[in-house]
Design a protein around this ligand. Structure first.
Ligand code: AKG
Ligand code: FE2
Length: 212
């Protein structure tokens, strides 16, 4: 095993996760890579490659629309473009670090692009709700234009249990910002967006049973 170089950025994420079960970092991906991913998302979207998101086994469109309104495109690591390859390569470096320093046992990952058209949202939920207990960490990186304003809405609201009550952390989807949190612990929600909202979102998963 090669010697592990201490990585201050990864260490910050790890200590945040230990302390509060989520972390927000601004420069995980260099700006030019964020812009490339944004371009690549938009190209696929314009090319009609996105699908309406679904929730578990729910097939009723109206029910789904009342819960989440985003469109997604699942990425295939074995078959992706240069920008996506760079994304996965940074991500895999981080996963390798997590596994080596925290014995996280991440063995799998799944990522999709997401686009929330104006007026859409994603109601409060837990990311392990799809009968998949293997989701360990949720990761979102925002691919919006540089001038995201609070009046555009679309904040990620994380509900944090605190002293028997609940605190809400509101995180705006500013360009290049990455949020990482414990999938099975923190409930969260995407507030209605008033401006198209873009992201790449995914889950780091451990080996384990899928519970039905
Ligand atoms: O885009 C976000 O801020 C969060 C999205 C989310 O919660 C999900 O896709 O499960
Ligand atoms: Fe979620």
């Amino acid at each position: 095993m090669d010697e592990l170089q201490l990585n201050p950025l990864y260490e910050k994420v790890i200590s945040d996760l230990l302390e509060k079960q989520y972390s927000v970092v601004e420069n995980f991906f260099p700006l030019e890579e964020v812009l490339e991913l944004r371009q690549s998302l938009l190209t696929k979207y314009d090319d009609d490659q996105f699908k309406k998101s679904a929730i578990g086994n729910w097939t009723n469109e109206q029910v789904m629309k009342a819960v989440r309104g985003d469109f997604i495109f699942w990425l295939d690591e074995a078959n992706c473009n240069a920008a996506e390859t760079r994304f996965f390569s940074r991500l895999n470096d981080f996963v390798d670090y997590l596994n080596r320093t925290c014995f996280m046992g991440i063995t799998e990952q799944e990522f999709h692009y997401a686009l929330y058209p104006e007026g859409t949202f994603y109601k409060r939920h837990l990311d392990t709700f799809q009968n998949d207990s293997r989701r360990r960490l949720s990761i979102v990186c925002y691919l919006n234009e540089e001038d995201w304003q609070p009046e555009y809405g679309g904040e990620l609201a994380i509900y944090i249990p605190e002293n028997g009550t609940e605190r809400i952390e509101n995180i705006y989807p500013v360009q290049g910002r990455m949020v990482i949190f414990e999938s099975s612990v923190l409930e969260h929600e995407v507030k209605p967006v008033k401006q198209e909202r873009l992201s790449i979102t995914g889950w780091l998963k451990t080996r384990g049973e899928v519970i039905f």
